[in-house]
Write a protein that binds this ligand. Structure first.
Ligand SMILES: *[C@@H]1O[C@H](CO)[C@@H](O)[C@H](O)[C@H]1NC(C)=O
Ligand SMILES: *[C@@H]1O[C@H](CO)[C@@H](O)[C@H](O)[C@H]1NC(C)=O
Length: 143
């Protein structure tokens, strides 16, 4: 009776695992932020980048931007196809926007105008309804 050499079994095992990792990794839409922190000077208008990769429309999804301070602060909420900022943290009032034209391309970046020193910190870009393991990312802002 012939048996498979153990090394061949291992090779197939590793190949199989690699292929499944690659395929799940590339087919699942994820929330992706920038590799580096966003650096700004007080008074600047900035963009905190965040997008869906591979590209998928976020037009019909809720997008929640918060700042991870001692308590999470609501920075911007896009809900039911529009901006919905009733619970927005007061210091962000009138200073945030999203690029509505870009949502269909999966670009859910946040624009923040007139940055102040107190805006520095970690911002979370969160898409709760995304059918994915990776529904959020964190963007650092250095002022
Ligand atoms: C999103 O759209 C804005 C406005 O057009 C653009 O400046 C920014 O680079 C885009 N970001 C990404 C990640 O595509
Ligand atoms: C920017 O913010 C500073 C400090 O909060 C404020 O004094 C100034 O009026 C703001 N500028 C604009 C253009 O809104």
């Amino acid at each position: 009776m012939k048996t498979f050499p153990t090394s061949v079994v291992w090779c197939f095992g590793i190949l199989f695992i690699s292929v499944s990792l690659i395929t799940t990794g590339s087919s699942e839409v994820q929330v992706v932020g920038p590799a580096d922190p966003v650096v700004a000077v007080a008074g600047d208008d900035i963009i905190l980048p965040c997008s869906l990769k591979p590209s998928a429309s976020a037009k019909d999804m809720a997008v929640k931007w918060t700042r991870l301070n001692l308590k999470a602060e609501d920075v911007h909420l896009y809900l039911d196809g529009r901006d919905s900022n009733v619970d927005q943290f007061p210091s962000y009032k009138g200073r945030t926007s999203m690029f509505h034209e870009e949502l269909k391309n999966g670009n859910v970046s946040l624009k923040l105008i007139n940055v102040t020193l107190s805006d520095a910190g970690s911002y979370r870009c969160f898409i709760p309804k995304l059918n994915s393991q990776v529904k959020e990312t964190t963007v650092q802002l250095i002022v």
